[in-house]
Design a protein around this ligand. Structure first.
Ligand SMILES: [Zn+2]
Ligand SMILES: [Zn+2]
Length: 141
């Protein structure tokens, strides 16, 4: 298993390196994660803060969770990609957006949280058509 991970935002202005393995990889369906991601869930890999080196300019959004903890979401100030989050309940750790990693092929989701808030559309039915790449399609009008 590899012991180093790296990642970047969509535009490349923010990059990071991580040493070691995540404490946990979790998929979250809570309302905040749904709005933050613009889709049905986030997938985050939690690491000790000391293991992560961040480069580039991050913007930060803070809010209070319903468990009264202070949550921060850090994102690229240029392209808006969500990079990591912190929670005052776990002050020595941060959670990296798994999709920002260059290569997360060795990692798997271990737990799902806020399952009760999962939307039905965040689960594909058997009749959904899939294309290997962007199909040659445009709206009719
Ligand atoms: Zn960016
Ligand atoms: Zn969440």
């Amino acid at each position: 298993m590899k012991n180093k991970y790296s990642g970047k935002c969509l535009c490349g202005a923010v990059t990071y390196q991580v040493d070691g393995q995540p404490v946990v990889v979790a998929q979250c369906h809570c309302d905040e994660c749904r709005r933050l991601s613009g889709t049905g869930h986030t997938i985050g890999a939690m690491f000790p803060i000391a293991a992560v080196t961040m480069n580039g300019k991050l913007n930060e959004f803070r809010y209070q969770s319903d468990k009264e903890s202070a949550v921060t979401k850090s994102f690229c100030g240029k392209c808006g990609s969500p990079i990591f989050g912190t929670n005052s309940r776990t002050p020595d750790h941060l959670t990296l957006s798994l999709g920002s990693m260059d290569d997360a092929t060795e990692l798997d989701v271990q737990v799902v949280i806020f399952e009760r808030d999962k939307k039905h559309w965040d689960q594909l039915g058997p009749d959904v058509m899939s294309f290997a790449t962007q199909p040659d399609w445009k709206p009719d009008n």
